[in-house]
Design a protein around this ligand. Sequence first.
Ligand code: PEP
Ligand code: MG
Length: 321
Amino acid sequence: AREQALKEAKADAKTADGKRIQVFANIGSLGDIDLALKNHAEGVGLFRTEFLYLENDHWPTEQEQADAYAKALKAFQGRPVVIRTLDIGGDKELPYAELPKEDNPFLGHRAIRFCLANPDLFKTQLRALLRASVHGNLWIMFPMIENFTEIRQAKQLLEKCKTELQKEGTPFAEEIPVGMMVEIPAAAITADLLAQEVDFMSIGTNDLTQYTLAADRGNELVADLYDAAHPAVLRLIKMTCDAAEKAGILAGMCGELAGDPAMTKALIGLGLHELSMSAGTIPEVKQNVRQVDSQKAKSLANELLGKSDGEEVRKVIQQRG
Ligand code: PEP
Ligand code: MG
């Protein structure tokens, strides 16, 4: 069955009634690219850039970063590659950064918050991304967006970098979509407003789940509470997809839930157009997409929103498939 799935994975994924669902790979290092290509990822929905910072004993230079981004963009030959800017802090520490200790690092100075507070470091990454953009189809994504101002400031810095490069005569792609992760409940709840500022949204269920359910994603003591299929999380996913559709932008998902084959139908029913996951599950998820009737998926999703917890949700999915 696995071989069959791999064979069929080559073609792009469409539901039984012809709706196109993009099945993308998550990439955590350049080493992940090969498997993503082998499993026929249609693009990269989340390129986590942290490895560049974690593997080094110094802040990676503009050149080091540009080379790494160019490699990924070239490998995917014109297919979309969503590169996420640095998501440091939280559980990811940098020895050379000398960040102050925080009592609640997951609620603290991480990701876009850290980057906006350190514009020089942030600009190095943005300049590297722009320089690499001539090598493929680059999309830039900002993590942990909680409000309007953060996106505006990040976009302003990006514009500043473009102006600098232009003055230096360094080329970059003209059309680079700019998007945000929806992984803080506030962002999902105000997705209609935030959608005005971005070209795409991608839901990060790993963080969205921990913040919605107040259950640390890495704490085994609360692992039974931490379930991305909880109706509260599903409702936030629905709100985000509805807002994106209304604004005419794409809504995708790059959290672990996207790669859960049991959830494919429900996720399509909630309104997602793109699912990004570890490369290993791409063939199976593509097969599942092809089984889906999008009207039936919608009615399944609506039913799930009325369940009391994740366990109930999963029971219904098992019964109704
Ligand atoms: C997420 O939070 O769902 C996500 C994809 O980002 P990360 O797992 O890197 O925090
Ligand atoms: Mg996250």
